[in-house]
Design a protein around this ligand. Structure first.
Ligand SMILES: O=C(O)CCC(=O)c1ccccc1C(=O)O
Ligand SMILES: [Mg+2]
Length: 364
């Protein structure tokens, strides 16, 4: 692609309601507001040759308070990128959004989509240079609810083909959360993988008593039981987790890989491309954590189809990735366009078209 001149960035805002608010210990998510980004690379002289050389890349910035910059800061960053890309090309534009992770996510995704489309190769192969990957395993995401509501939701997910369910915990007493997991286990049987995400809700003592019960119930992963700051606490929990893997999500964003590794605070690292600043950054973090024997897994921040599909490509570029939190499209009442990712028997079918494989998203 040309360094300067022919590359232009456009963005438009969107608001996507969830079908039902997702209750987490961090707060309730009921709508996702952000910006769809389009990069157009073309000489624009109108000749057939120029048109055949012109290409489009899509990106999405969907800020989430507490995880990324604010909506207003994101918009200002995209404005800067729009100016910078004209004068200084992609590297100048990336520099202009360097500290706004959602805006950087959008720009870097649009650049990667454009470049992969030109090669032409599916985005995950452009990212990972690895073999063809047909599908990546995914988990169902289940919000807070009573024990019987939670069991019903989990069974519904299993009936639709999921074999891994992640339950949001930490909004009720630990006893009740244990009861929820118990009811789910009784309902779905022993072969379904169960995980829980406390989003920092617990004290050490609460986490310890939850882990004891969760271990007996065959829970595979407990995500972020303690506040992000508690690296030592997570390391201590790991030492007595009874076979339950400890995952850090908020903790990874706060401390980075080195500190987590030094403290031996995690078995699993949760990678959210929107919060890390892009799938390119997340891909590097994935390689880095793998090297220090931490298992990477990918989740969305309940994003629109552009960012969600980017996250599917990221997961496909990670060898032997465990089930990822990518089945979040079904939580949205509306979306930016047609979903190119089919969910089938607990897996996301990876698009094999060039680039992201997302089209028809620009016109609302
Ligand atoms: O991992 C999943 O199943 C879905 C993603 C998810 O749980 C999430 C979505 C938005 C914000 C935070 C989180 C989280 O993992 O803590
Ligand atoms: Mg989490």
């Amino acid at each position: 692609m040309n360094a300067t001149g022919s590359l232009s960035l456009e963005y438009r805002s969107f608001s996507l309601e969830l079908t039902e608010a997702l209750e987490t210990a961090d707060g309730t998510i009921d709508s996702r507001d952000g910006f769809l980004v389009r990069l157009v690379d073309g000489d624009g002289d109108g000749t057939a040759d120029a048109r055949s050389r012109s290409a489009v890349g899509y990106g999405e910035a969907t800020p989430l308070p507490g995880w990324t910059e604010s909506h207003a800061d994101c918009e200002r960053a995209l404005e800067r990128a729009q100016d910078a890309i004209r004068t200084d090309g992609p590297s100048g534009a990336l520099e202009a959004v360097d500290r706004q992770v959602a805006a950087r996510h959008a720009l870097s995704l649009a650049l990667a989509d454009l470049q992969a489309s030109r090669e032409p190769t599916p985005l995950y192969r452009y990212l990972g240079q690895g073999p063809m990957v047909g599908r990546v395993p995914v988990n169902a995401t289940i919000g807070d609810g009573s024990p019987s509501e939670t069991a019903t939701e989990a069974q519904r997910a299993v009936d639709r083909g999921f074999d891994c369910c992640k339950l949001k915990v930490g909004l009720r007493s630990v006893e009740e959360d244990i009861e929820r997991v118990r009811r789910v286990r009784e309902t779905v049987g022993s072969t379904v993988e169960l995980r829980a995400d406390a989003n920092e809700a617990w004290t050490y003592e609460e986490a310890e008593s939850a882990l004891k019960a969760f271990s007996d119930l065959g829970l595979s992963i407990l995500e972020q039981p303690l506040p992000a700051g508690a690296l030592e606490g997570h390391a201590d929990l790991r030492a007595r987790s009874g076979g339950v893997s400890i995952a850090l999500d908020e903790g990874l964003l706060e401390h980075g890989v080195d500190a987590i590794c030094d403290a031996e605070a995690a078995d699993v690292a949760v990678l959210k491309p929107m919060a890390l600043g892009g799938i390119d950054v997340a891909r590097k973090v994935a390689a880095w954590v793998t090297e220090v024997d931490i298992t990477p897994l990918v989740t969305t921040t309940i994003d629109g189809v552009v960012a969600r599909t980017g996250a599917v490509h990221l997961a496909a570029a990670i060898p032997d990735v465990p089930a990822c939190g990518l089945a979040t499209g079904e939580l949205l009442a509306t979306d930016l366009g047609r979903d190119p990712v089919l969910l089938e028997k607990g897996s996301a079918v990876v698009p094999q078209a060039k680039g992201l494989g997302v089209s028809d998203v620009w016109d609302p």
